[in-house]
Design a protein around this ligand. Structure first.
Ligand code: ATP
Ligand code: MG
Length: 285
């Protein structure tokens, strides 16, 4: 999944953005964004609230027109060839798009029918199995946990096997376990050759998943590289010591001593022990 390998081969990248600008009235959100996403790679677009991540995703998925610049998705121009872009992508928005009244299985069948697939029931059952939702399949999606809903949402967006998928903050609001489940799904997709552009505010998410990471800040991409390249921008890590609250075990060992000879002298003669800071209460971070 090397991003460099795919672009180096001379193939058109999955996504290419050049000089992209977008304003909402006076608010100049994108001020000239350039980026490329190699086929089959996972690209993470990072940025704080309001940086313009969703705006980028909406432009790339043809929901919004750029004011200036060009963007191609799967080789098709997002303004001139919007229909073919739409056939090449799926979008999982920042807020889950499942119908809560329908069951998980019915949600999948609905999308498969909308996409005119031959055997919607089989498509639904395959996806339920792939996303570990077989037991939940006959239940109303309204009863799903946040993680299950997200998985169903992503499953719905995979119907029809689009080569490129956009995930706008796929794990916001999920607990750590559910986030890891979504990460596994995304990693699996990329392994099968799907290109993934995801936006996130979680740095560890980008670190875990992405082949390349770009940071959108004040309307521009301020860095773009692999994790190793980004790490090389900062001075080498230094070892720091942080003070840790002693555990009962630390206190016990300090007072009693690990070799039975007694620990550090913490007794001031008053019979009361004073607050202590010992080597064992400090730990390398
Ligand atoms: N339809 C709109 N009309 C006016 N302003 C908008 C519109 N959509 C977004 N904005 C503004 O544009 C800026 C970028 O919004 P955008 O949703 O792209 O940010 P984001 O990076 O996705 O943020 P978040 O992390 O909160 O999802 C914000 O200041 C937002 O308020
Ligand atoms: Mg957003």
């Amino acid at each position: 999944m090397s991003a460099e390998a795919a672009t180096g081969a001379g193939r058109e990248p999955a996504i290419r953005v050049q000089g992209m600008e977008k304003s909402y009235k006076e608010l100049h959100v994108l001020k000239g964004v350039d980026l490329e996403v190699a086929r089959g790679s996972i690209f993470a677009l990072l940025g704080s609230n309001g940086a313009g991540k969703t705006t980028m995703v909406r432009i790339l998925s043809t929901l919004l027109r750029p004011d200036a610049g060009t963007a191609t998705v799967n080789g098709f121009d997002v303004t001139a060839d919007a229909q073919r872009v739409r056939e090449s992508i799926s979008l999982t928005g920042q807020f889950a798009a499942v119908d809560e009244v329908l069951t998980g299985r019915e949600n999948l069948i609905l999308v498969a029918k909308l996409r005119h697939l031959k055997d919607p029931g089989t498509v639904a059952d395959d996806l339920l199995a792939r996303f570990d939702l077989v037991d939940a399949g006959p239940r109303k999606a309204g009863t799903y946990s946040g993680g299950m809903r997200r998985r169903l949402d992503i499953a719905m967006s995979l119907i029809g096997n689009p080569p490129i998928i956009f995930l706008d903050e796929p794990t916001t609001g999920l607990d750590p376990e559910a986030r890891i489940e979504v990460w596994q799904v995304v990693a699996e997709l990329a392994k099968q050759g799907t290109t993934v552009l995801l936006t996130t505010q979680y740095l560890d998410e980008a670190e875990q998943l992405a082949d390349r990471i770009a940071i959108l800040h004040q309307g521009r991409i301020i860095v773009n590289g692999t994790l190793a390249e980004l790490k090389a921008l900062l001075p080498p890590a230094k070892v720091e010591y942080v003070e840790k609250q002693p555990s009962l075990e630390d206190i016990f060992l300090t007072l009693v001593g690990t070799n039975g000879k007694g620990g550090k002298d913490t007794n001031d003669g008053s019979g009361k022990s004073s607050p202590v800071t010992t080597e064992s209460s400090k730990e390398q971070s």
